[in-house]
Design a protein around this ligand. Structure first.
Ligand SMILES: [Zn+2]
Length: 257
């Protein structure tokens, strides 16, 4: 790993020693084997070329954040995110299994909406090129604890539920063809599977995605406040676990759209 440990931090942009960022946070059920693909790797693999992917026994993650940014996000956003992830995993564990496209109702009267969504953004920063992090304003958003300022015209962020047996997946921004009501659109999308959740970052929000539920409204919340929350989480299965592409889900049953 030697030379990978020094580089540009994906949040503050400083060139310095990087620390291992667990994605999702280690205490949020991330201690199993994981496979990470960058966008380029997925395309290469798709073309049949040998792709370089990283298999980490200590859980999914990357050397992508400097120690300072890792510590900041670890103390400001991770605990709240982990609590929610554990609650939802517990609910899934204690009920009969869901089918593709099913909606799981989740309610909370103390939901830490802003910290949760900022931790999701933190995880995506590790996958995004630094220029993209800056264009989207994610650096300022994350480095100011209470900030909830984002330009909601630049992206859409969606959540879904992922099966436990698929493991964890990180797919960096890829250009994908996506079928919409009016035909196929070229979209730029990053997809992060982190049991029990999966997240979709759509960088072409002018073309909306039907999978999952948008969590953009969480940016209207205030830091440190808990909210009443009634949430419908969509459970999604992929068409292939060996060749993961963003949005590569089975078709949604008509009655579940
Ligand atoms: Zn940093």
């Amino acid at each position: 790993m030697g030379k990978k440990e020094i580089g540009y931090c994906h949040i503050c942009g400083c060139y310095r020693k990087l620390s291992y960022e667990h994605i999702p946070p280690e205490n949020a059920l991330n201690s199993n084997k994981a496979i990470i693909y960058t966008g380029d790797d997925v395309v290469k693999r798709y073309k049949g070329e040998k792709s370089r992917y990283i298999c980490r026994q200590q859980g999914m993650g990357k050397f992508s954040l400097c120690e300072k940014c890792n510590n900041i996000t670890g103390s400001w956003y991770v605990p709240q995110y982990s609590d929610v992830a554990k609650d939802v995993a517990r609910i899934l564990h204690n009920r009969e299994s869901l089918g593709h496209g099913d909606i799981l109702g989740f309610s909370s009267n103390n939901f830490p909406a802003l910290a949760f969504v900022k931790q999701v953004i933190t995880m995506f920063c590790s996958l995004l090129p630094i220029e993209e992090v800056k264009r989207l304003g994610f650096d300022k958003l994350l480095l100011e604890k209470e900030s909830n300022e984002v330009d909601t015209t630049l992206f859409d962020l969606r959540i879904y539920l992922t099966p436990a047996n698929v493991g964890q997946l990180m797919i960096g921004p890829c250009t994908v063809l996506y079928k919409t009501n009016i035909g196929f659109e070229t979209m730029v999308v990053s997809d992060l599977g982190a049991y029990p959740f999966g997240f979709i970052l759509n960088l072409t929000p002018e073309h909306p995605i039907e999978y999952g539920a948008s969590i953009m409204r969480f940016f209207e919340a205030e830091y440190g406040k808990g909210y009443n929350m009634q949430w419908g989480l969509m459970y999604l299965e992929r068409t292939s676990d060996t060749l993961p592409m963003p949005l590569q889900f089975k078709a949604l049953p008509k009655d579940k759209k």
